[in-house]
Write a protein that binds this ligand. Structure first.
Ligand code: FE
Ligand code: FE
Ligand code: ZN
Length: 281
């Protein structure tokens, strides 16, 4: 069964977010753990979380995906930026344990000029201080477009982070279709080879989530601008081929497309239909 959902707000609570997602035909959702620009967090409401959990169970939801704030940059050359990243990340991970067995996605970060090697060193230093054996959350590294000094523009860079992390069994990857297209992975003409590469370097068993987005920017441009499915430069054929690729059939899909609820609902219906017609769902 296809697990697919939109990015929604948890401003009105987790139950509301799940109901909102379900109203769009979704059976999962993504949310920001806090204001995407950073900032303080509200205390978690256990009644709300419990109501959300039981709603998700009744509606056969898959795992939900938390997204870290964009301001979290573990790879920065500035100690105070890394310090904020460490504090927000460890606080988020602690909170995640109150929502058992879920997924937490973050952008590896930007090295701000000190080079990818140094940046990867800073990232793994924080991961090695924060990941603990007893945690139930799987932490996902997102594939990035590679704008500016962004780390995670290649599968090699993500593989290196995983390799240098002691508790690497806690790590997985979230593949963003807009980002890998912008990074120069030719999913239009060579999807098979792109997935072979991913499998060889990282392992498809680590692929725990997909951000399914089209791109406003051309292939290999290293720009990060999402578009509605089929309306961007990735286009409807490639999106259809991507979602019917058998090796990706079991991976939850999350939409970060510029849509209102009706737009998301239409995309969810379309992806489910494409899969059904291909005999995948
Ligand atoms: Fe992201
Ligand atoms: Fe994304
Ligand atoms: Zn993006």
């Amino acid at each position: 069964m296809t697990i697919i959902g939109p990015h929604v707000s948890i401003a009105k609570g987790f139950l509301h977010a799940a109901e909102d997602a379900a109203s769009m035909g979704a059976n999962t959702f993504q949310y920001f753990t806090r204001n995407p620009r950073g900032g303080a967090v509200k205390k978690l409401d256990h009644k709300d979380l419990e109501a959300c959990r039981s709603f998700m169970e009744d509606h056969e939801f898959g795992p939900i995906l938390a997204h870290a704030p964009y301001t979290l940059n573990m790879a920065s050359s500035k100690p105070e930026t890394r310090d904020f990243a460490f504090r927000a990340f460890s606080e988020d991970l602690e909170r995640m344990e109150q929502i058992p067995c879920s997924l937490y996605n973050f952008h590896p970060g930007s090295h701000t000029g000190s080079g990818a090697e140094t940046g990867i060193g800073w990232i793994t230093e924080i991961l090695n201080r924060t990941l603990v054996p007893e945690m139930t959350t799987t932490v996902l590294l997102e594939t990035m477009a590679g704008k500016g000094t962004e780390i995670g523009r290649s599968f090699e860079e993500l593989a290196e982070i995983i390799e240098k992390t002691e508790l690497s069994e806690k790590l997985g990857v979230c593949m963003d279709t807009c980002h890998i297209f912008s990074a120069g992975y030719d999913i239009e003409n060579h999807l098979e080879e792109v997935l072979d590469d991913f499998d060889r370097l990282i392992g498809l068993d680590r692929l725990k989530a997909i951000h399914l987005n089209d791109s406003k920017m051309p292939f290999g441009d290293h720009k990060d601008r999402h578009e509605k499915l089929g309306e961007g430069l990735i286009g409807p054929e490639t999106i259809a081929r991507f979602v019917t690729e058998p090796r990706l059939a079991a991976v939850p899909l999350f939409l970060e497309t510029p849509n209102d609820n009706d737009g998301y609902a239409a995309e969810i219906r379309r992806v489910r239909l494409i899969r059904k017609e291909a005999g995948i769902d």
